[in-house]
Design a protein around this ligand. Structure first.
Ligand code: GTP
Length: 597
């Protein structure tokens, strides 16, 4: 296809504003997929995505469209994830296209992720077409939302398209606007091949599939290509496009988006942002590489049943093949035995991986407290990264600690503002900005990531009854008075419960932990002290009183099967527990104990 007849775009939106529904409708309206093959949320391919209604992996579709001017166009849509954890994936797919549809729910207005995502689009120099969605709903208020887009984002919204992705109203106008308002890509057909590696994932039949955007030259089946970041050569087995299912083609030219396969075994062998060129006489200048996504949240994953360790290793290996941003290494814990220390892009990413291990591989897991990466500056001048509070060196050797900070943007209706400010203040936040967009307040806070990773988002949702929206990005590291708090159960330290806390908050956190654990740990035949300590100093203490409980006593020794059943039941209950010294701690204690109320 000649460049003038190609349009490449993405859709940016806050979660639930209708991005996937709109994409589906564009696909359907153009007959890309026959009506009878249409299923809800076509682009969200993974089950877990569909269940949770979130898009994780960027997806792509090529749409053929004959415009009102009679010309035939190829529209390439790259779907981008909508959640904060995957902001990095948004930024890289943005570089592969020239324009964006900015979808805003006309019953809601601009939200925190609308802002975060549209700023990425602006940074990538996109032409932006505002789309006001859900106009079929009675609460829709297009004038107000258009005004808000102009006020808050600062882009012209007079030509905003009014759409109902549900009924199909405005879809034709959207397609026309893509053709008339978004720029055609640029590129040189006669130059050597220069293609951007946009994304890659593992397919059980084809091996690694590499999503590419051709900048210059031609990508052909059968040619040999070079990945410039590591100078590896590959023979291109297949070239194709997504409609949205894969369709093979012989070649792709400048401006086009498609995929290649080249018998690549691991996603890890492909670097997002890499430049692909001819094996000989290739392009001299590579595209600006992107930085690889860095895991920011770490936690330990241990099998509840220690005999399942090898199965867990298998599951983690397989998941990592398809997810280069997920990192792991083996970990042994005195209390939990063998497991893995895993790194994630954020909490949602953590949850998705944990869910998949439990559901797809049927392994029950103990997840230890999520922790951020601290920088430890030793007295001798060395700096090390701390991924696990259990590895904290002796404090006498440590000069100081630095923790990661974030800049959080929260949009919230006026009446909940007070609660939001209090929450941020409680989490050691520093207010940077407070402005209004209509009746909604926009607050910007500088917060320690550590205070956000665990349950900040849940708390925010509950204090605002779900009306707040939230987005954040990392800003850097800052020194603070941080200490490691250990938890001792029956005088034994439980390493999986140890955590890094701010010194001023240690007593409060320690007390809350001990109280929680007292409720979560079942009573035993003996008294159990539960303590929180910093170094050797106990800062909080609870005692779980003893209990004499003979479950079989009621059976009078007569009915053997009933007695057995009871014992079996007790054993099954035990399976979800782990023994620490003489004490059984239930699995949920590891998560629940860390939630702050
Ligand atoms: P993520 O993929 O999770 O980021 O969300 P999304 O932005 O893709 O939103 P999605 O398309 O899943 O839509 C969210 C909800 O809004 C779904 O329940 C849709 O059925 C509904 N929805 C989308 N568009 C419309 C619309 O025009 N009118 C109405 N009434 N509902 C809509």
């Amino acid at each position: 296809t000649d460049l003038a007849h190609i349009r490449n775009f993405s859709i940016v939106a806050h979660i639930d504003h209708g991005k996937s529904t709109l994409a589906d409708r564009l696909i359907q309206e153009t007959g890309t997929v026959k009506d009878r093959d249409m299923k809800e949320q076509l682009l969200d391919s993974m089950d877990i995505e569909r269940e949770r209604g979130i898009t994780i992996k960027a997806n792509t579709v090529r749409i053929d469209y004959t415009a009102d001017n009679g010309e035939h166009y190829v529209l390439n849509l790259i779907d981008t994830p909508g959640h904060v954890d995957f902001a990095y994936e948004v930024s890289r797919s943005m570089r592969a296209v020239e324009g964006s549809l900015l979808v805003v729910d006309s019953t809601q207005g601009v939200e925190a992720q609308t802002l975060a995502n549209v700023y990425q689009a602006i940074e990538a120099d996109h032409e932006i077409v505002p789309v006001l969605n859900k106009i079929d709903l009675p609460a829709s208020d297009c004038d107000r939302v258009a005004e808000q887009i102009e006020d808050v984002i600062g882009i012209d919204a007079t030509d905003a398209i009014q759409v109902s992705a549900k009924t199909g109203q405005g879809i034709h106008a959207t397609l026309e606007s893509i053709v008339t308002h978004l720029p055609a890509p640029k590129g040189n057909l006669d130059a050597p091949l220069k293609a951007m590696l946009v994304d890659s994932w593992y397919d059980a039949y084809l091996g690694v599939i590499v999503l590419v955007r051709i900048m210059d030259g031609t990508l052909k089946r059968g040619m040999r290509v070079k990945f410039m970041s590591n100078n590896t050569l590959h023979h291109v087995d297949r070239v194709g496009v997504f409609r949205p299912e894969m369709e093979m083609v012989d070649s792709l030219g400048p401006g086009e988006i498609g995929f290649l396969t080249a018998s690549i075994k691991q996603v890890r062998d492909t670097r997002v942002g890499d430049t692909i060129t001819n094996d000989r006489n290739g392009t001299e200048v590579a595209l600006d590489g992107f930085k690889p996504a860095q895991p920011v949240v770490f936690c330990g994953l241990f099998p509840v049943d220690s005999s399942e360790f090898e199965d867990l290793r298998d599951a983690i290996d397989k998941l990592a093949l398809n997810d280069a941003s997920f990192s792991f290494e083996m970990e042994t814990s005195a209390a939990l035995g063998f497991g893995f220390r895993c790194g994630f892009l954020g909490l949602l990413h953590l949850e998705v991986i944990r869910d998949r291990i439990e559901r797809e591989y049927d392994i029950e897991l103990i997840t230890t407290a999520p922790s951020v990466v601290y920088h430890i500056f030793m007295r001798d001048g060395a700096m090390t990264e701390l991924h696990n509070p259990a590895d904290m060196p002796d404090m006498t050797l440590v000069d100081h600690l630095e923790e990661p900070r974030i800049k959080a943007t929260i949009l919230v209706p006026d009446e909940y503002l007070g609660d939001v400010l209090k929450l941020c203040q409680d989490r050691r936040g520093i207010q940077e900005d407070l402005t209004y967009a209509g009746t909604r307040a926009m607050v910007v806070y500088d917060l320690p990531l550590n205070e956000v990773v665990f349950d900040f988002y849940d708390r925010l949702k509950s204090v605002t009854k779900g009306y707040a929206s939230f987005d954040y990005h990392m800003t850097g590291y800052r020194e603070d008075n941080l200490v490691k708090m250990s938890i001792l159960v029956n005088d034994e330290p439980v390493d999986a419960l140890s955590m890094m806390v701010h010194r001023d908050r240690a007593e409060m956190r320690g007390r809350a932990m001990c109280e929680k654990l007292k409720d979560l740990i079942p009573r035993h035949m003996f008294k159990i002290p539960i303590q929180a300590a910093i170094g050797g100093k106990v800062i909080a203490r609870e005692t779980l009183s003893a209990l004499r409980k003979d479950v079989t006593a009621k059976c009078y020794g007569g009915d053997a099967t009933r007695k057995r059943k009871l014992l079996d039941k007790q054993k099954a209950g035990k399976k979800k527990m782990r023994q620490f010294g003489k004490v059984d701690i239930p699995q949920e204690a590891f998560i629940s104990a860390l939630k702050m109320d």
